[in-house]
Design a protein around this ligand. Sequence first.
Ligand code: GLN
Length: 484
Amino acid sequence: MSALAAGIATLDARQVRKGLDARDFSAVELTSSALEFAQVENPQTNAYLTFCPERALAAAERVDKKLASGEDPGPLAGVTVAVKDVIVTRGVRTTCGSRLLERYVPPYDATAVIRLEQAGGIILGKTNCDEFAMGSSNENSAFGPVMNPFAPDRVSGGSSGGSAAAVAQGTAVVALGSDTGGSVRQPAGFCGVVGVTPTYGRVSRYGLTAFASSLDHIGPFGRTVRDAALLLQTIAGRDECDATSAFAPLPDYLAQQNGDVKGRKLGLPREYFDGLSSESAGPVLKGVELLKKLGCEVKEISLPATKYAVACYYIIATAEASANLARYDGVRYTTRVAADTLSDMYRATRGAGFGAECKRRIMLGTYVLSHGYYDAYYLKAQKVRTLIAEDFRKAFAEVDAIIAPVSPSPAFKIGEKIDDPVEMYLADIYTVTGDLAGIPCMSVPCGKTAGGLPVGMQILTRHFDEAGMFRLADAFEKAGGFTG
Ligand code: GLN
């Protein structure tokens, strides 16, 4: 077991399976070690809000039983998973990073959670995040920020900062996050791991606490492309419980990772490289050079509507959020602040429970939807959203994939942007576009800054072409691209 404990932080899904098959360790042994390791490491980052040892060990026992009886234990057998705390888990507290839900224990499981456990995955716990997934730094969590595993005075990124940090620290093999405007890709970039935002509708949103429903995605994290693709494979596909989940057939992502990317046409959008810090540009451009060496053809393209993307996103996302957050009224789900009248109770509960960023978004969203402003803001933003999607459609007529930075700069200092929400919003410029268009996109590590901070490179492809995206990312990883 000590050999296991020593190597636990770097195990990938394939090694887990090999160890189980060879009886080097049982799933229960692995899970116990992983829980112990995660609990010891957690104070360094504050990545987990809740551990669920009983659930984890019960899942591990099921895997061991299947192995003992010669039954297939599933593609994720024994693989430890951290789950962002906006994804509901039956019987396990789900806070959404909010004081309001500090004691909320959901009565059901999200579809993604059910599927990953059916595949043999072991959920160790729930990870810290910005309140209701609103933020880019994890500083909006009611339970404190998540520290970057590479630099404790810096942010892990947000809003899925806990999931990204857990995978980077090695306290889980893979993790689930959610992405509405970049919340999987941006923390993945800041923490040096792989983060995937699938096509809108590829993964069921059933059980994902709603932030902005037309933009919300569940997405996987892994230390390797293969692990992230494997997790996506197990959770993707049509689900009757989510009317927006797609019927599109689910290809075998792993089978297509054959390293052959010769002749793939890649586009570099001009608008994504202007204004990029040199610290981030260096590793990304080096990554592009490597892709060229692998036989890809690279050309410059233009996505002219990019300049409107942040404004467009923060109108649509806040409009939808203002409606979705109306359910936290003190009657259902949340802790309640008592008052003499019903409306006073609503006011007192929401006033005390929501953090500053949620309140800001409820006000902004209510404003852009209000009579007299709806046409000027909300309707206009919907039209701009169409332009952004059109930009991508035109680009994908010429290229197979788009390569871009993930964020204008690497992980910033904790506290650096917290008093300037607009500055914080502007840092989402390169990630919100993919969500607005609903296309698959991912962040892969592409090296570090001189100061040792990870930098991410973004890959975007056509709707439902996750397989093409993974193939490119996997070839990049195998060619040594992750270390720059
Ligand atoms: N940073 C963006 C926001 O604050 C994106 C969040 C997300 O993707 N959940 O809205």
